[in-house]
Design a protein around this ligand. Structure first.
Ligand SMILES: Nc1ncnc2c1ncn2[C@@H]1O[C@H](COP(=O)(O)OP(=O)(O)OP(=O)(O)O)[C@@H](O)[C@H]1O
Length: 303
């Protein structure tokens, strides 16, 4: 979990988010959050949901807390827990014949990050929340519905703390078909505004690749178009061939001065390494790995 300092969005994001689709999405999201409803961005991997969520969170002028959903995340991580003992030992042997030992043991409370966020009214970005166990996410039902954070199992005197009026949450998730994702609970989904996020258009992806790598436009275009052509070969929607894949190729090309040329062996290897595994994940099992390699190579040669 990370607390992010408030900062203005960088220029690349600003350009992309000036697009009417994003402008409207951002405006609507801010309205829902201000009205007290959490927002949930869902969509394929690597298309920019987290970046968008953080961008919106920063607009709220409150400290931002990023929580990454995962199977191991527990209530203790979120709320806090007594994590051990503090032991104080006084060994008094001042008088040689009298040996006195005084021991004092007290439990040590370590506050969870959500505790502070709820209490102080932060904006939480709960990234990939469906990767956490549903039991952990149940905590959010009380936060969203009853506006309290229950202090389950913490042995604290208070049973809960009240949610600060400025507290808000932006959730992100990949659809249930993705590996390692739990089915989201209807009760939780009912309490948030779920907004599907789509792939950016090619122009926006090219602009981001250019800004993040300083590659010339024709190179950025060739890479983005290659990745999108490979994605079109998928047999299902579980594609992780996205802007992230384009950025990976572009960054390696830039760092090692590799030619963006479909007949260049180094470029072919790079294209293969970045796209073969994702293509395999979104292809029918009947497709052999050699067939997939041939398909990628054919698309790469178009570059
Ligand atoms: N508007 C943007 N401006 C600049 N870079 C962006 C923008 N949107 C996305 N990116 C970059 O694209 C990559 C993927 O974005 P991000 O991690 O937000 O995707 P995601 O949809 O949350 O992925 P996942 O579902 O795997 O978590 C990151 O490297 C991110 O920095």
């Amino acid at each position: 979990m990370t607390i992010l300092k408030d900062s203005t969005s960088n220029q690349t994001q600003q350009d992309v988010y000036n697009d009417p689709y994003f402008k409207s999405l951002i405006q609507r999201s801010l309205r829902y959050l201000k009205t007290g409803y959490p927002v949930h961005f869902t969509g394929p991997s690597g298309i920019g949901k987290t970046t968008l969520a953080l961008h919106i969170a920063k607009q709220r002028q409150r400290p931002v807390l990023l929580i990454n959903g995962n199977k191991e995340l527990s209530n203790e991580d979120l709320i806090g827990a007594y994590t051990g003992y503090r032991r104080k030992k006084l060994n008094d042997n001042f008088v040689r014949t009298v040996h006195k030992i005084e021991e004092n043991i007290s439990e040590e409370w370590v506050q969870g990050r959500l505790y502070e966020a709820v209490k102080e009214g932060y904006t939480v970005v709960y990234d990939e929340f469906t990767r956490s166990q549903p039991e952990t996410n149940n905590l959010f039902l009380s936060i969203l519905e009853e506006k309290i954070l229950p202090l389950y199992g913490t042995k604290r005197t208070a049973s809960h703390i009240d949610v600060h009026p400025n507290f808000s949450v932006i959730f992100t998730s990949n659809p249930a078909e993705y590996a390692g994702v739990y089915q989201s609970q209807d009760a939780l989904l009912d309490r948030m505004v779920t907004l599907p996020v789509e792939y950016m258009d090619e122009e926006a992806e090219v602009a981001i690749v250019m800004k993040k790598t300083k590659l010339r436009k024709y190179k950025a275009e060739a890479i983005v178009q290659f990745v999108n052509r490979v994605r079109n070969l998928c047999d299902n929607d579980i594609a992780s061939l996205s802007l992230r894949s384009s950025l990976m190729i572009a960054q390696v090309v830039e760092k090692y001065d590799i030619k963006v040329d479909g007949n260049d062996e180094e470029f072919q290897d790079l294209c293969m390494d970045i796209t073969l595994f994702p293509l395999r994940s979104c292809s029918d099992e009947s497709e052999s790995i050699d067939d997939l390699r041939d398909k990628i190579l054919a698309e790469c040669r178009e570059v």
